[in-house]
Write a new protein. Structure first.
Length: 257
């Protein structure tokens, strides 16, 4: 589409993310703008039921691809993944405590997946990282940053229009009324109109994990992320190659430690 027309490329750029990192929202807006990506989870789709050990740490197949990596706070990602598994895939999840510790879906797998992409940065031809949280803070600015990275010029008014039209509330309404199903089919349909947790566009709340995880579960997640130096590595890669980066409070705490 637009990217291929501008650059005469056979392969579109890649947008990679762990499942439930906010890709649907971003994809709809990029589709509205006519920007074509290949969207992948790089072998981590929840339905595949693959363990942490299955994560492919080699990114050599993307070496010459233009790549955007979308990340989200792993605690919000894992809670959203829980509802994806339970409400949309109808697969067993156990309790939240079980799920966040799961070798197939849990917080460690999410963190290691993202860290693998962070460490791959020096070996990739063209890669940039963007945070779901930054898209919330400045949606039009985040879209512009992605297009700037791709070398695509677009009127700022158009970016603002798309950002305003695709607020989270409007996204949920479009899913509920069936507008999205005409473009995306069953992928963007609620499984149960009476169950808001079954929507593909569910909540999108930053820090929403606090509504579901116990204090002990949050402590488990925080301890694991600290052990893996997750916030330190996120801070480092975004300072070097991030789009719309604003350091998270966790990052500053981890760095100061």
């Amino acid at each position: 589409m637009l990217f291929s027309k501008l650059f005469g490329l056979n392969e579109p750029p890649v947008l990679v993310s762990f499942p439930k990192s906010g890709r649907t929202w971003l994809r709809v807006m990029l589709d509205d703008l006519g920007v074509n990506f290949q969207y992948i989870h790089d072998g981590t789709d929840h339905k595949q039921l693959r363990s942490i050990s299955s994560i492919n740490t080699s990114k050599s197949r993307y070496k010459r691809r233009t790549t955007v990596v979308l990340v989200r706070d792993p605690k919000d990602t894992v809670v959203s993944g829980y509802f994806q598994m339970q409400k949309r895939h109808n697969l067993p999840t156990g309790s939240f405590s079980d799920f966040i510790r799961s070798d197939l879906h849990g917080i460690e797998k999410i963190a290691l997946f993202n860290l693998g992409w962070f460490s791959a940065m020096p070996r990739l031809h063209a890669v940039r990282y963007i945070q779901y949280e930054d898209i919330h803070r400045d949606t039009a600015g985040a879209l512009k940053a992605i297009l700037d990275f791709l070398g695509i010029e677009m009127d700022v008014g158009k970016l603002t229009e798309v950002a305003n039209n695709r607020t989270f509330e409007n996204m949920r309404s479009s899913e509920q009324t069936g507008d999205f199903s005409r473009r995306y089919g069953h992928i963007l349909q609620p499984r149960d109109l009476n169950d808001p947790e079954s929507f593909k566009v569910r909540k999108g709340k930053i820090g929403g994990y606090r509504d579901y995880l116990s204090d002990d579960d949050i402590a488990y997640c925080d301890d694991l992320l600290l052990k893996l130096r997750y916030w330190v590595e996120l801070d480092k890669v975004f300072r070097q190659n991030g789009l719309c980066y604003q350091p998270q409070e966790q990052s500053r705490i981890a760095v100061s430690d």
